[in-house]
Design a protein around this ligand. Structure first.
Ligand SMILES: Nc1ncnc2c1ncn2[C@@H]1O[C@H](COP(=O)(O)OP(=O)(O)OP(=O)(O)O)[C@@H](O)[C@H]1O
Length: 451
């Protein structure tokens, strides 16, 4: 995932924040592996009238010169990777929020021209040497959500259509997919992923998502619409299973455990509520074939959109949020919503003899299984700006650390692909060490970001 603004801009409180989020694209069919969504910004950095060293790679914590070199080499890597990448990077520019509007000096410095996939960021204030400098960034997709009067305005539905709908096709073909939202705190990740939940009550009774619903509810609604459509044409047995967890201070909490669900529904006793507050942390283990997984994570079968939507509501009510100076309801955890889709072709029974017992028959039927992970990352933040203290600081440090590791993992993947592409016959073995296990987030997303 990448961001449109460079650190220079992020450091200025008066700049507009924008959200970047990434979707993975369908795996080209001949490739046997599941879909990957590796973090390879396909943005080509173009610098209009500033020196490359002025724009910095976020989060490297190095001198501007070494950061510039690192950024340039990362961009180079990304060019190589993006040519064969199965991912897309999309950026969404949100409007100024109420807080920013009340601060006199805040102006919108991000511009998107027409329906292009390029945006410009106007750098610097008049007191600044970089005043007037324009930075250009291009991405696979750019969504401008600031002014509904503009032709290129991207509403929630448009963002869903461009980023997440293609993943449904992917899932029906049996590939895995991952979409995650990355951005500074308050930049609109949860709004893009979940939308305004309070307005989406009708969905709990099976109604279609509200206009303000985000990617996740829309994805789930469309998934069940497609399931019904496919079932009407084909003899298919469809099973959908969901799980939902958060990573808070490097600890994993099940957001859908039955105990929590009861508490969320108001059915819990005070003791249960207390237990809920001291939620047990789950462990990650490594399966020899399927890779890292969360031990004892609950998974729930759902047979309709409204059932799924209800689980989603339960999970969201369990998520750790808090008010910070930059966001009234800031997510303090990374949330990962998984949907597993199993499609069994019942028409393949034709080839089975009548004396085949039912368990053998079911193992002989063709089954396609795919896992879709929809991830709302906690926002990166500068502690001094977000006004954090005490527990909030601890959370902020943990969030920043895991996001930094995500950046390191992506840079290492880009390096290893580059080395691989430059190897003999372009088939050198990737040798770069990828520090997946430095954070729980990257460990668990490993299968989503690698082949
Ligand atoms: N595209 C948008 N249009 C209108 N309002 C938006 C948009 N994006 C975000 N907002 C509003 O901005 C505020 C912050 O958004 P949100 O909570 O989604 O940020 P976030 O990136 O998830 O922050 P954090 O990382 O702190 O959780 C919310 O009030 C949200 O409704």
């Amino acid at each position: 995932m990448t961001r449109a603004e460079d650190r220079e801009h992020r450091d200025r409180p008066e700049q507009l924040l924008n959200t970047a989020f990434s979707g993975s694209t369908p795996q080209p069919k001949p490739k046997p592996t599941a879909l990957n969504a590796c973090y390879t910004p396909s943005s080509l950095y173009r610098n209009a009238n500033t020196t490359p060293g002025r724009s910095k790679t976020p989060g490297t914590g190095k001198s501007s010169c070494s950061r510039a070199k690192e950024r340039d080499s990362l961009m180079e890597s990304c060019l190589i990777v993006s040519e064969e990448s199965n991912m897309i990077v999309a950026v969404r520019v949100r409007p100024l929020n109420a807080l920013e509007c009340t601060r006199g000096q805040v102006t919108n410095v991000v511009q998107v021209h027409g329906n292009s996939n390029e945006l410009t960021v106007q750098a610097g204030s008049s007191a600044d040497a970089s005043a007037g400098v324009t930075h250009f960034f291009s991405y696979d997709q750019v969504y401008y959500s600031c002014d509904p009067e503009r032709k290129n305005f991207a509403c929630q539905a448009k963002v869903f259509e461009g980023t997440a709908r293609p993943l449904i096709d992917t899932a029906f073909e049996g590939y895995n997919a991952c979409l995650f939202a990355y951005g500074q705190t308050g930049s609109g990740k949860s709004y893009s992923m979940m939308g305004i939940e309070a307005l989406d009550d009708a969905a709990l009774d099976g109604g279609p998502p509200h206009d303000e619903a985000g990617i996740i509810p829309r994805f789930c609604h469309e998934l069940f619409r497609r399931i019904e459509a496919v079932k009407s044409q084909q003899q298919l047995q469809v099973e959908v299973e969901v799980s939902y967890f958060e990573i808070y201070n490097e600890k994993i909490h099940d957001l859908l455990s039955v105990q929590h669900a009861a508490a969320a529904a108001g059915e819990s006793t005070p003791i249960q509520q207390q237990q809920q507050q001291q939620r047990p942390a789950l462990k990650v283990r490594e399966h020899p074939i399927f890779g890292p997984y969360v031990v004892d994570l609950s998974a729930h079968s759902v047979d309709s959109y409204s059932a799924l939507r209800n689980w989603l509501a339960v999970g969201n009510s369990q998520r750790a949020t808090a008010s910070t100076a930059m966001n009234d309801k800031s997510s303090r955890s990374h949330s990962i919503f998984n949907i597993v889709l199993n499609l069994t072709d019942l028409s393949s029974d034709d080839g089975l003899s009548s004396d085949t017992d039912s368990s053998t028959a079911s193992s002989l039927r063709q089954t396609r299984r795919s896992k879709i992970s929809l991830v709302d990352l906690a926002g990166s933040e500068r502690i001094s700006v977000s006004g954090s203290n005490g527990e909030r600081i601890r959370e902020g440090v943990s969030i920043n650390k895991s996001l930094l590791t995500l950046g390191k993992v992506i840079a290492a993947l880009a390096d290893s692909r580059k080395a691989s592409a430059n190897g003999p016959l372009g088939s050198g073995t990737p040798s770069t060490f990828v520090p997946y296990r430095e954070s729980v987030l990257t460990w668990l997303l490993r299968v989503s970001v690698t082949k």
